[in-house]
Design a protein around this ligand. Structure first.
Ligand code: ZN
Ligand code: ZN
Length: 388
């Protein structure tokens, strides 16, 4: 039976898991209930090994094929965490937790990987080992990195890793992927300008930090427009500008600027870090103030490897008859850390053309994408490690 037909049979059960997870969202590393639910299900399915507490609240399950002579080990990864958003879907199974919501569809990813784990535990129609990876804290916490730092790849001998994200705006159950850089590196900066505060009617007695910092906000835009090769991708966004004065008649002593940088290569990332410091130091010197620049490196560029991407696209085509070339995404993805340690591929599955984008309070994962998503997981395993 084609995997998609088997998952059509399992769809109601997987949907029920998804809605249960949706109703009980947990943020960052606080995925205690979700992790326990995942571990319990993996036990019910008869997984060969289940380990909790990898990367704090991450869960790992091991499923051995009916043969293991190939020596191959594939990792399949889903994320479990929700977002600090107040849900406004009005769904019967909407979040029961104020200020937390599965607005990125990680409820769907977790349920689909559980569905694949159930099927693979039942059938075991492959020669090798599958490691199912359920990570916390994808949304900015680096849960994937923590699982890697706990030695996950070596402990289970994982050779390749695969990941998936639902994508609103793409036709339901369709696929899209790209080789090489796919999701951006996501960095943050903190800039503290200091001058000499004073009376707003006596600017000549002050070093005006507001004017100095305003010059910096404008000059930072020249990194993308004047320093970067126009062919390369880079975003520099100032998102917060806070002076130390709340009064109409006080020139502030200090200004704190915050923002984010998105890049698609190491070169652009290094350029942004160097230029932000150079521009701010130059402006502070010009206006007689001082500056402290902190650049925090977040998720690295997520890079799909060529061979695994080609294979992942073939599997997608066999399921839905197509696989589009995806555009670059300037958002970040914690799976980048796993792809830094092992070759692999990350694919997008269509959530349907209507409906809100991820991270919107009216977003909802589309349960009709479950057969396609689960089939992709299962066929990655069955085709990459075929049983004799
Ligand atoms: Zn997200
Ligand atoms: Zn997400």
């Amino acid at each position: 039976m084609p995997t998609k037909n088997r998952f059509a049979e399992l769809q109601d059960e997987i949907t029920a898991w998804r809605r249960d997870i949706h109703e009980n969202p947990e943020i960052l590393f606080e995925t205690h209930r979700t992790s326990a639910l995942v571990a319990e299900k993996l036990k019910d399915f008869g997984c060969d090994e289940i380990v909790t507490g990898i990367g704090r609240t991450g869960v790992v399950g091991v499923i051995k094929g009916k043969a293991s002579g190939s020596g191959k080990v594939i990792g399949l990864r889903a994320d479990m965490d929700a977002l600090p958003i107040h849900e406004q879907t009005g769904l019967a199974y909407a979040s029961k937790t104020d200020g937390a919501m599965h607005a990125c569809g990680h409820d769907g990813h977790t349920a689909m990987l559980l569905g694949a784990a159930k099927y693979l535990s039942e059938t075991r129609n492959f020669d090798g080992t599958v490691v199912v990876i359920f990570q916390p804290a994808e949304e900015g916490g680096g849960g994937g990195k923590e699982m890697c730092d706990d030695g996950m790849m070596d402990r289970w001998g994982i050779q390749e890793v695969y990941g998936m994200h639902n994508w609103p705006g793409m036709p339901l159950g369709s696929f899209a992927i790209r080789s090489g850089a796919f999701f951006a590196a996501t960095d943050q900066f903190d800039i503290h300008f200091e001058g000499r505060g004073g009376h707003a009617a006596k600017p000549h007695d002050t070093v005006d930090t507001t004017v100095m910092s305003a010059q910096a906000v404008l000059a930072l835009q020249t990194i993308a427009s004047r320093n970067a090769d126009p062919i390369d991708q880079i975003v520099v966004s100032v998102t917060s500008f806070e002076t130390s004065s709340k009064a109409f008649n006080v020139i502030p002593q200090r200004v704190h600027i915050k923002g984010t940088v998105r890049t698609m290569s190491k070169e652009m990332r290094d350029l942004a870090e160097q230029r932000i410091a150079g521009i701010c130091e130059g402006i502070a010197a010009t206006f007689g103030g001082t500056v402290a620049v902190k650049y925090h490196r977040g998720y690295p560029v997520m890079v799909n490897t060529d061979a695994q991407t080609e294979f992942a696209a073939e599997v997608a085509k066999s399921i839905s008859g197509q696989c589009e070339d995806a555009s670059l995404v300037m958002g970040g993805e914690d799976f980048a850390f796993m792809l830094e340690e092992r070759p692999g591929a990350y694919i997008l599955v269509g959530n349907g053309e209507d409906g809100a984008m991820v991270h919107h309070p009216e977003y909802n994962f589309n349960d009709e994408a479950i057969p396609a998503g689960c089939s992709w997981w299962a066929e990655i395993v069955e085709k990459r490690m075929p049983a004799a």
